[in-house]
Structures are given as C-alpha cells and as structure tokens.
Design a protein around this ligand. Structure first.
Ligand code: UGA
Length: 444
C-alpha cells in the first residue's frame, strides 16, 4: 500500500530516502528551507552529486509521486508519515547540535495540533541515544497537546548509506532498523519497506539510535586499528596489505574496511565517533576505544608528511604535488578530508603545493587557500616541477598512472602512496623512491 510521506530536510540522506521511497510507489513531499533546492528538485534535478539519483528523481517527478515545497506545514498535514532528516552538526566539543531537530519538532507539534488523523513521526537524522523520545517526542507532545502512542506515532529509522553508493545501499540494504515506541508505529514504518528483502529489526528508539552510532564507530575503529598496525608494519619491514589479507580471511574479521591509509574523513565517521564519545563522557562512562579511534585518525594523515620528510628532508621551498582532495573517490565532498591537514602541514613547513582532484577543487578552494597552494585540473600540470607527490584520494584515474610517466613528468623522484594503490616493485624498478603507508622502507 502506497503511503504519504513528508520528508523534512533534503540533504543527502533526506533526498536519497525521499526519492527512493517515491521510486517504490510512495507519495513523497520533500520539504526544505532553501528555495533553490526546492526549485531544482521540482525541475527533476538533484542538488547533490549521487550516482543513480537523478534518474530516479526524474522518473518519480514524471509519475507524479514526488514534489518539493518550502511549505512544511501543508506537507505535514497531508502526510501519514513525517520523516525528520535535518542535519545534526558537531559543536566545538564534539557533541551534536540538536537545534534543527528541535525546530522541526516544534513545527510538527504545532501543525498536528488541529489535525484529526494520527500521524507517525520518524527520525532519520543521526541523533544521540535518547533524542527521539526525550527531545522529539517531548516537544511534539508539548506543542500538539497530544500523547505519543495515542495522538501520534513515533519511531527512529537510521540510515546506512555510503556517499557515492547511497541509492544502491538504500535499494539493497543489509538490514532495516526500526526503533518504535509501539507496534503500530513500527508497522507504519515497516509498510514503507515492503519491497525490501533484508531483515527488519524491531527495537526501541534508543536502541536504533545507538545501532547507528555503534555501526559507524565500529567501522571507524576498524580503520584506525589497521592504520595503527600499518604504522607498526613500517618498523618491522612488512606490508600491512599482507597482514590485512591474512586477518581479513577470517570470516569473523572480514576484509572490508581494512584498507590502511591516510585516515577516514567525511561527514559521518569523524562526527559520529566524536558525538558518541562526547556523550559517553557526559554520562560518566568514557568509551576509551572511541577516544583512541579519533586520536589515531588525527595523526594518520600526517604520517604521509613524515614519510615525505624521511625521503626529502627539509620541506621548505620544495614543490609537492597532491593527487586527490576529496575525502574519498567519487565525491566532491571535502568534509574532514585527509588532504586538509596534509596540505596545511606542508604549507606550515614552507613547501609549495600543487593540487588536483577530478571534481573537488571548487570545494577545496573554499577551505584551503594560501598563496603557496595552486590548483590544476590536469594531472600533468601538478606533476611538472614537483619534487615529490603524495597520493591522498584513490580515484580510479590515479590508479592507471604509469611510473614511467610520473618519472618523466616530475622533477624529483619521491612518491608517497597515502592509500596504497600502486605496486611498489614497479615504482622501484622505474627508479622512483616509493613509500607507502604500512610498507617498510626498501633496503638499498
Ligand atoms: C559511512 C558509512 O560507511 C555508512 O554506512 C554510513 O551510513 C555513513 O557513513 C553515514 O553515517 O551516513 P561514508 O562516510 O559515505 O559512509 O564513507 P565510507 O565509504 O564509509 O568512507 C569513510 C572514510 O573511511 C573515507 O575517508 C574512506 O577513505 C575511509 N576508509 C574506508 C578507509 O580509510 N579505509 C577503509 O578500509 C574504508
């Protein structure tokens, strides 16, 4: 049965969720406060870069199952389910800022005061355990004069979408978690996922909130773990890739998220681990592994600069080519990208930086601007006159680069592989001084 859904917030989670629900036959109204975004969506265009999304959006528009509006109240009034998918940014101390969640809860509460039908409010944003019941539920009760479970339903339904693979992750999920206050709320949300073959977990809202944080924290911890092992491998003269393969074949460990490199970035892992850590401290039960996960990740990008220094010595006056700026391939997202601390450190040490990225340069320019940083669209242009290069983001096109081309284009011969995408032997054979995260130095 198609459901009527209001999706409040058309960021990457809200838009992907809204469009995918519409593609499965539900009637979705996306709500945002930015007029340009609303216009774009109504024109069938996506305001974000996400493979496969525009096609689904265009189709949903054509079939009349998706529209966008600035008018939150009217969208809420006609919906059976109201999703909250607004940002939960980090504060200075790592804790999350719930002001958007609170604002939307006030609007929902006020709007449902006079409606007669029972609506279900679903939190999709990543929020600290307890938020759905203690913040969202409480505000809506106060504003609407209605009791949860009687006047409105309440649930938390976390997302597990990777940027660049969000549509795929949504349409073919590993699991669906629905944390609901009662079985009626659970069944309402479940009805949206009739098409999915994945297991559906019924939990409390607080459990669902923690599942989201614990999943991201675990994956981030796995990356920091292999990065620590990588740094240790360098001292032993062994290759972390061999170690990762050796442990990853153990089904209990799995090879996924065991790629050592310059650390994790993006809008999720750094923020979510910090938020959960900060909350645990507030509750007086500090999650020590999370503190270590963040500490390792803070130093990891700079490991590339250390490797560089070991080869080049003093960096002052040296020209360093940076390949890749985005926090991972196939996105222009620069949030918490490893390239930021790496480039800042190079500049601090007096180096000149020539940087390239297939799509993230405009976003990088907003964050990294200095007379000694220059951006180029073409790889050849960054390599020219470079004393050394650091590979920061493993874009496919960088994998194809041949060591002989690098050798002929660069002034120097030092290559630092921050994501371990190249074959060290091949690079050594071509006379390049290749160093990689988690690889012992080659003995001459
Ligand atoms: C992450 C999770 O993977 C999603 O499941 C989750 O839904 C999402 O956060 C979210 O909370 O919204 P995302 O941030 O898009 O997704 O990116 P990932 O592909 O997970 O990569 C995160 C970072 O880890 C990147 O900087 C990547 O380079 C790094 N990484 C990943 C490694 O350094 N090594 C690995 O083995 C894997």
């Amino acid at each position: 049965m198609p459901k009527k859904v209001a999706m409040i917030g058309t960021g990457y989670v809200g838009l992907v969720t809204g469009v995918c629900f519409a593609s499965k036959g539900h009637d979705v109204t996306c709500v945002d406060v930015i007029p340009e975004k609303v216009e774009q969506i109504n024109e069938g265009k996506t305001p974000i870069f996400e493979p496969g999304l525009e096609e689904l959006l265009l189709n949903a528009r054509k079939e009349g199952r998706l529209e966008a509006t600035l008018d939150g109240a009217s969208a809420i009034k006609k919906a059976e389910l109201i999703f909250i998918a607004v940002p939960t940014p980090s504060k200075e101390d790592g804790s999350i800022d719930l002001s958007f969640i609170e604002e939307v809860s006030h609007t929902i509460g006020k709007t449902i005061r006079d409606v007669t039908d029972k609506k279900t409010v679903v939190v999709k944003s990543t929020v600290i355990p307890g938020t759905t019941e203690k913040v969202v539920g409480r505000i809506i009760e106060e504003e609407s004069g209605k009791k949860r479970g009687i006047g409105f339903g309440l649930a938390m339904n976390p997302e597990f979408l990777k940027e660049g693979k969000a549509v795929e992750d949504f349409l073919d999920p590993d699991r669906i978690v629905i944390g609901a206050i009662d079985s009626e709320s659970f069944n309402e949300v479940k009805a949206l996922y009739e098409w999915a073959e994945a297991p559906i977990l019924e939990t409390s809202p607080t459990t669902a909130e923690l599942i989201k944080y614990a999943a991201n924290s675990f994956l981030a911890m796995k990356i920091s773990f292999i990065n620590e092992i990588a740094n240790y491998c360098e001292l032993l003269g062994v290759d972390v890739k061999d170690v990762a393969q050796g442990i990853g074949l153990d089904e209990r460990i799995s090879p996924k998220f065991l790629r050592a490199g310059a650390g994790f970035g993006g809008s999720c892992f750094p923020k979510d681990v910090a938020a959960l850590y900060s909350h645990s401290k507030q509750l007086g039960r500090e999650l020590i592994l999370l503190r270590s996960t963040l500490e390792v990740n803070k130093q990891q990008p700079l490991r590339t600069v250390e490797l560089l220094r070991e080869e080049v010595g003093d960096l002052s006056g040296k020209t360093i080519a940076i390949l890749g700026l985005a926090f991972k391939p196939d996105t222009d997202d620069m949030r918490e990208a490893a390239s930021i601390p790496i480039i800042e450190q190079l500049i601090k040490e007096g180096a000149r930086v020539k940087a390239t990225d297939p799509i993230a340069i405009p976003n990088a320019k907003k964050i990294l601007s200095h007379p000694n940083i220059n951006y180029y669209d073409k790889i050849n242009d960054v390599l020219k006159e470079a004393d050394a290069l650091i590979l920061v983001t493993e874009w496919d096109e960088y994998r194809q680069l041949s060591p002989s081309d690098l050798k002929s284009l660069m002034k120097g011969d030092v290559v630092i592989d921050g994501r371990r995408i190249w074959n060290p032997e091949l690079f050594h054979k071509h006379g390049l001084r290749y160093r990689g995260i988690g690889l012992g130095k080659k003995k001459n």
